[in-house]
Design a protein around this ligand. Structure first.
Ligand SMILES: NC(=O)c1ccc[n+]([C@@H]2O[C@H](COP(=O)([O-])OP(=O)(O)OC[C@H]3O[C@@H](n4cnc5c(N)ncnc54)[C@H](O)[C@@H]3O)[C@@H](O)[C@H]2O)c1
Length: 424
């Protein structure tokens, strides 16, 4: 790897520059993570494992984790392997041994933490959806652009791009194996809100989550559709619904997906959607359909996507994430059909570092791949994917979906980037 100029961050922290000449041991990059529950555990797994599996240009060090309760965050640090614990994210950002700030909190704090971390000279990984509003996502993207000029990178945690079968599907589509794209069909279904007495956790409150199934699950499938198609959505027509409009107030702090702490007699209003259903048009004219719900009884984390082009089709089911179905429509009709590709060969994305063919990967590996890719982006000084700009584009789609739903499904353009203000 070619050496590059030392960045301001590295100069400030005294770290050996990432991308040092071959033979030098990889330099350490300290990670500081905010939030330690569901995604915090998954990201910890990624940071702990990436350097033990992949040959990395930098060695991630789990420097410090941050929560709001001192005792609980100390316990989380011990459980997940973090050297230190903080109770204020500002103190985490200020630490000299933290070079990457990893944001695993609900959406209401993403913008404030990310902008502060970038302005303080840190690289940032931020969970999805990037923010709770387009305005916040714009501010974050502007901060990322300013930081980019100083050699910092910022990435969004759309981890499903890093399922090897999805990365490989993108490669096949980019090679033209589907030809001109006609359809993208995506559903992301869960069932943890079917119970009307599931407590009113942060995911059901607009001020904390921004939106409901839309921002939680819809953000993933919008990103995946745009990533695989290689083009943005330009307009949508949408319906959303909140089937259960009040829920029991949680008795105590409760993790987003667990029912723990519920059951109180007092109920509060649900201020987000339970389900979002929308169609869309991609820039090339291809049509797309999306369904995101937490009300699909029996469906636990069922993400399915199919793409149809003039030369073939691809289909994927997250419950069988080592497999990709591919139909080559240029083959003779009599012998053609969907074939199952087992995406575990060393030639497949990320697989060169894992197990022999057929020894399957799972959900957690996507977070290892995410850590790997961010460290490579830092080392090579390249824009990571998905960037904050990609996260902003998804946010604009979510906003267009909400606007369309408010207008009874009227077709609503996804606002393009605003032109730069004209000089007077
Ligand atoms: N990539 C994925 O597949 C995926 C899956 C689930 C959640 N997410 C996203 O990850 C983020 C977190 O979701 P989660 O499921 O981990 O939630 P969670 O409720 O399980 O955990 C949230 C954590 O943030 C902490 N926290 C909240 N506010 C804080 C603050 N101001 N300072 C410090 N800590 C704070 C909480 O104490 C908790 O540790 C959300 O943006 C969510 O949309 C992504």
């Amino acid at each position: 790897m070619a050496p590059r100029e030392e960045t301001e961050t590295e100069a400030a922290t005294g770290e050996t520059p990432v991308g040092a000449p071959a033979g030098a041991s990889p330099p350490a990059l300290g990670v500081g993570m905010v939030g330690y529950a569901f995604m915090g555990a998954a990201h910890s797994q990624g940071w702990r494992t990436a350097g033990r599996v992949f040959d990395l240009p930098a060695r991630p060090v789990l420097a410090a984790v941050c929560g709001r309760d001192g005792k609980a965050v100390r316990a989380a640090a011990d459980q997940h392997g973090w050297a230190a614990a903080e109770t204020d994210w500002r103190d985490l950002i200020a630490r000299d041994d933290v070079h990457i700030v990893d944001i695993c909190t609900p959406g209401d704090s993403h913008a404030e933490i990310a902008v502060a971390a970038l302005d303080a000279g840190k690289h940032v990984l931020c969970e999805k959806p990037l923010a709770n509003s387009v305005a916040e996502a714009e501010a974050m993207t502007a901060a990322a652009e300013r930081a980019r000029a100083r050699g910092q990178v910022a990435m969004v945690g759309f981890n499903y791009r890093r399922v090897p079968a999805m990365t490989y599907a993108r490669r096949l589509i980019a090679e033209g194996r589907l030809g001109k794209l006609r359809h993208v069909r995506v559903t992301y279904l869960q069932d943890w809100l079917v119970d009307p007495d599931f407590p009113l956790t942060w995911r059901l409150q607009r001020e904390h989550a921004g939106s409901g199934a839309l921002g939680d699950l819809g953000a993933h499938i919008v990103d995946l559709a745009q990533y695989l198609a290689g083009e943005p959505l330009v307009g949508v027509s949408a319906m959303t619904e909140t089937f259960v409009r009040s829920r029991p107030l949680p008795a105590g702090a409760s993790a987003g997906l667990s029912a723990g702490g519920g059951g109180a007699a007092e109920r509060g209003p649900v201020t987000v959607d339970d389900s979002a259903l929308f169609t869309g048009r991609l820039a090339s004219g291809a049509l797309a359909s999306f369904e995101a719900t937490r009300m699909a009884a029996g469906r636990k984390n069922a993400l399915r996507i199919e793409l149809n082009g003039e030369r073939g089709s691809l289909a994927f089911d997250l419950e069988r994430l080592n497999e990709l179905s591919f139909h080559d429509h240029t083959e003779p009709a009599a012998s053609s059909g969907f074939r199952r590709i087992l995406v575990t060969e060393p030639e497949h994305p990320y697989l060169e570092a894992w197990w022999p063919p057929g020894h399957a990967l799972g959900y957690e590996h996507t977070f290892v791949h995410q850590a790997r890719d961010l460290l490579h982006a830092i080392a090579t000084g390249t824009e990571p994917e998905p960037s904050f700009a990609d996260g902003l584009q998804v946010q604009r789609v979510l906003a267009a979906v909400e606007e369309s739903a408010e207008k009874n499904a009227v077709y609503t353009p996804v606002l393009p980037e605003l032109p730069a203000p004209q000089a007077l």
